[in-house]
Write a protein that binds this ligand. Sequence first.
Ligand SMILES: [Mg+2]
Ligand SMILES: [Zn+2]
Length: 190
Amino acid sequence: LSKALLLLDRDGVLNEMVVDPEHGTINSPLHPDQVTLRPGVGASLMRLRALGYLPVVVTNQPAASKGLTTRSNLESVHARVLDLIEKDGGRIEKSYICFHRSEEACACRKPKTGLLESAHADFPLPKSTAWMVGDGMTDIEAGVRFGVSTAYVGSRKTDAMDYMASRGVRPTLWVTGLADLIEKFEMGEK
Ligand SMILES: [Mg+2]
Ligand SMILES: [Zn+2]
């Protein structure tokens, strides 16, 4: 029985970011052929479910709104992520996607809390046991604003730490990925 809502950012947490060697940039996948899972994600999701966590995805996908790809491609990318996760032995309960860009001033784009609110309305488990997990500062900011625990996926050596501090935002945990998060849960950090 699920006791806790696990709000997962997608890109950089479940699937790998896409490196563009020509421009030296790192992006979200814009086409389903670009989707690869991060290692061990299926097994980690299965283990998290066994620990009582209900995994849902909360993700910003503004690329079509910015004219970088099509909405149809973005939907295919997401379907591919979910499909690869299932082939890897895991399962996402439900996905919440913001397709807007910041100029559209929607209520859902992280660091706003609309996606988290929608997930919580569908699965009204206590906020006191919920976690927001992401590799972006906006993920942590959304989680803090929403009032849940947060796990930042990334290195402590990045500028992210200073930036988040300047915004008055501090993640509950720093982890390298879902496997590390599970280790910390099992060690009783929460
Ligand atoms: Mg991300
Ligand atoms: Zn939105």
